[in-house]
Design a protein around this ligand. Sequence first.
Ligand code: GDP
Length: 304
Amino acid sequence: ETLDKGLEKTKQSVFSKLARAVAGKSKVDDDVLDNLEEVLITSDVGVDTTIKIIDRIQERVARDKYVSTSELNGILRSTIADLLTENNSGDTSNWDLPSDHKPYVILVVGVNGVGKTTTIGKLAYQFKKAGKKVYLGAADTFRAAAVEQIQIWGDRVGVPVVKQQMGSDPASVAFDTLQSAKANDADVVLIDTAGRLHNKVGLMNELKKIKDVMKKVVPTAPDEVLLVLDGSTGQNAFEQAKQFAAVTQISSLAITKLDGTAKGGVVIGISDQLKVPVKYIGLGEGMEDLQLFNRNEFVDSLFK
Ligand code: GDP
């Protein structure tokens, strides 16, 4: 329900474009496919993924000889669902964590403004609600506002935030956070980091140092490197994702601000091209507005 409402704009945009693409046509022909290609590209699915989708539909059309335009929706839906299935390693259906060790450590990366702090707050809320002991680490020491923001979320959710002065070594904050978390038998730790993409070598070294230092306390850390992307920026989010992937190994994605944007198609392209699973989606500013990504629900919601 929240998902349906959140994806409303994307849905409207895709469907109105789709309707125009098939207007006056009874069967899917090259003309319809050309128009569909344009619909997908302008819906932020991205060029490469769009071509992949069109190729598959073309194969189907060639095989079945006659495909009516009224069937196009269903074919498109199943093609996209297949694509998401191929490139996602499996949806997570609950907030459980691996039980073989703790704390489970999530290193959160992403540029400023994408909703990184908000996502950390929302995750903390969900994990806490699921009965887990949560610790937050304010390792974005570059901006005073970042430390304040994460503290606000920590207070709101009621979980401890480990921090140091602004400008201190992020790796040292991460180390402190893991030590406190371990000493207090925490289940999950979320570490905020500064995402300064304009200084790639600096960012690469910083993240490497944080990871190395964390292993001294928790050998399995980080269990997850979560990249947060702003879905409302469409193809820019995709570019950012590629740049981050070049700097450090990304294991999961959170795509925020899918409410209020018509660019939700970006989720399809990013997960296809990056081969990293979308794990969480942001559908609003509130504490509860984060969902575990479920590809079937997502596609259903888009094509309902
Ligand atoms: P950060 O700089 O990456 O840490 O970004 P923030 O977490 O401070 O978020 C930037 C702005 O985006 C804030 O105004 C948030 O309330 C807003 N925001 C974050 N996630 C979402 C979302 O899923 N939907 C909407 N509508 N706004 C969001």
